[in-house]
Design a protein around this ligand. Structure first.
Ligand SMILES: [Zn+2]
Ligand SMILES: [Zn+2]
Length: 387
């Protein structure tokens, strides 16, 4: 579609010479672990759309999954532009765009619901039958479809760095999980997993007044989880019985009010159910590969009156909640932004993410991709940020 628009534009313009230069550098996914940064036609903004200069894109676990598998059932297939966490500057306004102007700094979400189907009307826009996805963050420019412009694109305040704003999408998914779990200040929450999503849960739940117990695998994750607010951290390999060890840390040993599973393995799903208190809430947030099954003690779930949830994606409401939390100044964005790289390095960065570093070396949480080398993105360098 983007290519088609660019071709149409070329035929209508008279200055043929410049048209040849209407390209941009972009990462294109060709298949399993086959991502190449290439010259592609630069998109143009159609009616209701905008064209952004990409100031920053962020790496994400979902991109890594897609990179490894070579496809995503809903988001994109092969030979497509890639990357979905992005913040940038409007450099082209399509016909009829209201509420935005050239030069606005914005963060577009990676999807927008139709607001007309059964699910949208039921307040489950994350399950929209016609959810419109947009990819192409790992590029110099990105076209934002009209529906996202009108429903799911937010203006970034002047004092907020692009890289902080780009955390809106992953945090919006986490906010959906928190919203659906009906969390309240003072509750005890267990977070299983300390990858980027687990860490976002730890920090967001802490800021919402919950007492967080983190369950982690790696030694480096103990310090990271604590620095983001976890009151207690249990490292799985250091205890005989992780379930008993974690329950012992909850009030009166009764289990947590809410458990967030962010590991995406059957074992973690099973642990989550055994760590919650009677009448508590389990949110099975991590999505294991298709075909995975897990088994549960039905007696435990029934007689303990356990609530099971599995939140997916985000809604325009949770996107705004995430953005507000990031802009509030309370959210320690820079702790999540641990690396920095140029556009040409994206394939290398993703390849590196597939290999876990040795014990004791912390893996990157999020790498900031800066396609426009000359632009200042206002990134607060964290201590671990790589030049
Ligand atoms: Zn993401
Ligand atoms: Zn819908």
């Amino acid at each position: 579609m983007q290519v088609l628009q660019a071709i149409v534009r070329c035929t209508f313009k008279s200055e043929k010479m410049e048209e040849m230069a209407d390209t941009m550098r972009a990462a294109v996914l060709h298949g399993k672990e086959d991502l190449r940064v290439e010259d592609v036609l630069r998109p143009v903004a159609g009616p209701g759309e905008v064209l952004l200069r990409v100031d920053v894109a962020l790496t994400c676990g979902t991109d890594l999954k897609v990179f490894r598998r070579g496809y995503h059932a809903k988001m994109l297939t092969i030979d497509r532009l890639f990357g979905h966490e992005v913040a940038g500057t409007i450099i082209e306004l399509g016909e009829g765009v209201k509420n935005f102007a050239l030069g606005d700094r914005v963060v577009p979400l990676n999807s927008a619901p139709c607001d007309a189907c059964f699910y949208c009307k039921a307040g489950q826009q994350n399950l929209c039958d016609d959810l419109l996805f947009n990819n192409g963050a790992y590029a110099e420019f990105i076209r934002i479809p009209a529906r996202i412009v009108s429903k799911n694109m937010l203006k970034i305040p002047q004092d907020m760095p692009f890289a902080h704003a780009a955390l809106t999408e992953p945090l919006a998914c986490v906010m959906r999980g928190l919203e659906q779990s009906e969390v309240k200040p003072g509750q005890t929450a267990i977070v299983l997993g300390a990858g980027p999503i687990g860490l976002l849960f730890i920090h967001a739940a802490t800021l919402m007044g919950l007492n967080v117990i983190a369950v982690v695998k790696r030694l480096d994750q103990v310090a990271t989880a604590k620095s983001l607010g976890a009151r207690q951290v249990v490292r799985v390999s250091e205890v005989d019985d992780p379930i008993a060890a974690v329950r012992a840390l909850t009030p009166e040993g009764r289990g947590a009010d809410v458990v967030f599973e962010a590991v995406a393995t059957p074992e973690a799903w099973q642990w989550a159910v055994q760590m919650v208190r009677k009448g508590g809430m389990v949110n099975l947030f991590g999505g294991p590969p298709a075909g995975t099954t897990a088994s549960f003690d039905t007696n435990l779930i029934h007689y303990s009156d356990i609530n099971l949830k599995a939140s997916f994606h985000h809604t325009p409401t949770t996107s705004r909640a995430a953005f507000e939390m990031l802009a509030s100044g309370r959210f320690e964005c820079s702790k999540f932004l641990t690396g920095k790289a140029g556009l040409e390095e994206v394939p290398e960065v993703l390849k590196r993410m597939l290999v876990r570093p040795a014990e004791g070396i912390a893996p990157e949480i999020k790498t900031i991709i800066v396609p426009q080398q000359s632009e200042s993105v206002g990134v607060e360098e964290s201590e671990r940020a790589v030049a």
